[in-house]
Write a protein that binds this ligand. Sequence first.
Ligand code: HEM
Length: 160
Amino acid sequence: MSNQSPKTPGYIYGAKEVSKSPVSLEDLHLLEQTVTMTHEDFCYLRLAGEVLEDQIEEVINTWRGVIGKTPHLAHYFMTPSGGPDENYKARAKERFKQWILDVCRRPYDQDWLNYQHEIGLRHTHLKKNKTDEASAPPHIPLRYVIAGNRFVSGRKLPAK
Ligand code: HEM
């Protein structure tokens, strides 16, 4: 998978319709210091991108498995009639896959910052569902997104 994936519906990295993040590059550098990111860590991220390239599907399936088995999270991918919205799940999944590679490969510059903000908005009532014209619940509480970081970062993997 290359850096650019124009064929992924709704993936608009670097496009002019992506608004400017309220977090500045200076703020980002302070955050990097807060989580003790070093130059060496960025080198390992690049390496992770190479290693993960062929395993992206498994990575996302693991994370999706957690959501699918957890009713209060699966809820955010449901149609109004209560079943999973497979089209919505499939489209968001492709963008999530792209994000994993972007985290490893993209420079953390203004475009990167702006797109992380866009992704954040897509979890809130401001932009959730809009990209895929879905009718799922419109807002994911921030507490679940923060808590989800424990799995997404790989610090806690679900039991097989
Ligand atoms: C650290 C935690 C999380 C990360 C890093 C993350 C990351 C992402 C990414 C990269 C996308 C694709 C965004 C795009 O390009 O359109 C996405 C979409 C989505 N995520 Fe998450 N996510 C997290 C937590 C959660 C949680 C807890 C839920 C709850 C079920 C969730 C549900 C969704 C949904 C429903 C979408 C589709 C949003 C839309 O309507 O466009 N995410 N997420």
